[in-house]
Design a protein around this ligand. Sequence first.
Ligand code: NAG
Ligand code: NAG
Ligand code: NAG
Length: 291
Amino acid sequence: MATKMFVLLLIFAVLSSHCYSGSISIYWGQNQQEGTLADTCKTGRFEYVIISFLCVFGNNQIPQLDLDDHCDPSTKGCVGLADDIRSCQSRGVKVLLSIGGGDGVYILVSSEEAKEFADYLWNNYLGGNSTDRPFGDAVLDGIDFDIEGGSPSHYDELAGHLKNYTSEKKVYLTAAPQCPFPDVYVGQALSTGLFDYVWMQFYNNYCEYKGNASDVKATFDEWSDGVPATKFFLGLPAAPSGASSGFIPQNVLISQILPLIKKADKYGGVMLWSKYYDDLTGYSSSIKSHV
Ligand SMILES: *[C@@H]1O[C@H](CO)[C@@H](O)[C@H](O)[C@H]1NC(C)=O
Ligand SMILES: *[C@@H]1O[C@H](CO)[C@@H](O)[C@H](O)[C@H]1NC(C)=O
Ligand SMILES: *[C@@H]1O[C@H](CO)[C@@H](O)[C@H](O)[C@H]1NC(C)=O
């Protein structure tokens, strides 16, 4: 009898802890030492892996992907990633492509260009068709907007076009705004209500954690109250060297910050920059069971 009770309690504990658990999303692609995409997914720690970056587009430029030394897209060298992408997806990991980034050269100069770029993304990375798909016939789960420069114009239209393609597979839209609300570059796109997940960058910004967890919660709430998206994630560098500022030691995140932000209605989890930095600290391993 006592054993039965114990087993029931244990089952209840496991079920309830799952109900409240969040996810970890992570950027991959900017340092070859971080290991393969397939291995990143095999760790079982990440629900979303974001390939970064498609860092050149718009203003009549030919779109360019930069994946450091992982592979060279200019010689069709990244087609082999198709197997990695499928391997990730077979484990239930969603694989997204991030457009923009901190070092890119990008801007959408007209509504026509927003439509052309949407077609380009659809045909080359999503459910469309082209003879030159950088990742072969793998179909990504969606597009991440990491717009940190250029102009805020036409990203709302880009999001609208991407959402309007019909296929058997949902196209996820995500964004990585800076934590000051609202965001200069993707604020307008986010207000369309077309985005699934928003991972705010709580680093290299004045609104990052500075010793008071309530401040982080207040900024988090501003985002989740102010943007019509499904879920919100706390974006963090996975190592002190991953950003100029904003690293939060794992024990502080676990004991002070997660307990607060997990109370937010649309709490989704934690986003980490990046797999390379995560390998240096073991950040995702230490926080996984608390997210
Ligand atoms: C693209 O079209 C070709 C020829 O119709 C087909 O063989 C291929 O599977 C298609 N690729 C995708 C990703 O739909
Ligand atoms: C997407 O489709 C909806 C419904 O048909 C339409 O109202 C909207 O204008 C379309 N968006 C774009 C960017 O074409
Ligand atoms: C922490 O921030 C909250 C508001 O975000 C404020 O009310 C509180 O006084 C602050 N605590 C300390 C110790 O500064």
